[in-house]
Design a protein around this ligand. Structure first.
Ligand code: PLP
Length: 388
């Protein structure tokens, strides 16, 4: 153990990936499991995107490329981000990565000297806290309260800001709660960031999965573009999770150091995937938007179904594709609930604590699954709760 740096064992993980082997075991024992644990659209990647990647392989476009990403793709990203956020974005501010996730760790490395504080949502995507800890930063969780539709409390955030606060992470729509930060709150967060000279990592990976209203980026508020890094990618919007393609849009001065950090670890993102991503962004968008329409129907089915089960209280998520119901009244802990629901009833979910300690008493179900499977899951959850 002494051989290793102390931080080696400070790194945490995503439980969504850890349940895989348990699911396999349960399937051998009791049969098919309904998998509501992973956050990935169940739709196939549209044919024109698959055709493009095949074509690129046949053309032998399989070599190293610019570590910042292909300029054609960076331009298309700048255009889409600019249009969807009402923001002027140039391709020079875009860096392409293998997924949305790399931005999280790279940004912590850039902003976080040991002892610096980072404010982040909790319940929240577990990689935020994991990477803050790993780089020696101080995690400052901001509780999302169910009583305020799982939104941030701006006064609470203000009270937690110190002269060591360097970065604030916002995630709207949020994983796991499905909450969306109202525009007025984003404005107040932007004011706080400017007043206290804090950078913002705005995780907008679910920006297209919005069931009411329109998406607002904190980067679009006056004076925010040069202190915000937008994280986004194609994993969710185009169902391209395993393709590993995402990007960061950042202040100009960060592009060089952040892309060097990426060069030091991955050299570049696969060139043929980037060209297929260009096809995704510039080709027809109907499939992507119809997927969101379908998810809205599923959301309504799962929320109504869960609220109909005594002991479960399920708020309506406004975005993303997760529900985060309270199971407190069942008097079963989240951990036991998730484990037993899988092993006894064949439904895979995640305990709320997988998203930080404020997730205690909650369960996350992904509704990126067919209506048929959601109905089977609801029936199994109902019987499971009744049997307790
Ligand atoms: N940010 C959030 C909030 C997520 O939920 C995820 C994936 O689940 C990511 C980032 C990472 O996305 P990617 O798979 O593109 O790395």
């Amino acid at each position: 153990m002494k051989l290793y740096a102390e931080r080696t064992f400070r790194i945490d993980t995503e439980n969504a990936f850890k349940v895989g082997p348990h699911i396999d075991r349960v399937e051998e024992e009791i049969g098919a499991v309904v998998k509501l644990n992973l956050g990935e659209p169940d739709f196939p990647v549209p044919t024109h995107i698959k055709d493009e990647i095949k074509r690129q392989l046949d053309l032998d476009n399989t070599h190293y490329c610019d570590p910042k990403g292909l300029i054609t793709l960076r331009r298309a990203i700048a255009k889409q981000v600019g249009e969807t956020r009402g923001l002027k974005v140039s391709a020079e501010r875009v860096v392409v990565f293998p997924g949305g996730k790399p931005s999280i760790g790279l940004v912590q490395q850039v902003y976080c000297s040991p002892g610096n504080e980072v404010i982040y949502p909790s319940p929240g995507f577990p990689i935020y806290e994991s990477m803050i800890e790993f780089v020696g930063g101080v995690p400052v969780p901001m509780q999302l309260h169910e009583s305020s539709a799982f939104n941030v409390d701006i006064d609470e955030i203000e009270a937690r800001i110190t002269d060591r606060t360097k970065l604030m992470i916002v995630n709207s729509p949020n994983n796991p709660c499905g909450s969306v930060i109202p525009k007025e709150d984003l404005q107040r967060l932007a004011n706080l960031a400017k007043e206290h000279d804090i950078a913002v990592l705005s995780d907008e990976i679910y920006n297209r999965f919005l069931y009411e209203g329109e998406h607002h980026s904190i980067a679009a508020f006056p004076g925010m573009r040069d202190r915000t890094i937008i994280l986004d990618g194609l994993s969710k919007s185009y169902a391209m999770t395993g393709w590993r393609i995402g990007y960061g849009v950042m202040p100009q001065e960060l592009v060089e150091p952040i892309s060097r950090l990426a060069t030091n670890s991955v050299s570049c993102t696969a060139s043929f995937t980037q060209i297929a991503a260009l096809e995704a962004l510039s080709g027809p968008q109907e499939r992507s938007y119809s997927m969101v329409e379908e998810f809205k129907k599923r959301r309504d089915i799962i929320v109504a179904g869960l609220n109909d089960i005594p002991g479960i209280r399920c708020p309506l998520p406004l975005g993303a594709f997760y529900v985060f119901p309270s199971i407190e009244e069942t008097e079963i802990t989240s951990q036991v609930f998730a484990e037993s629901l899988l092993s006894e009833a064949g439904v895979a979910s995640l305990a709320g604590e997988s998203f930080g300690r404020f997730g205690n008493g909650y369960i996350r179900f992904s509704f990126a699954n067919s209506v048929g499977n959601l109905e089977i899951a609801l029936e199994r959850i109902r019987n499971f709760v009744r049997s307790r």
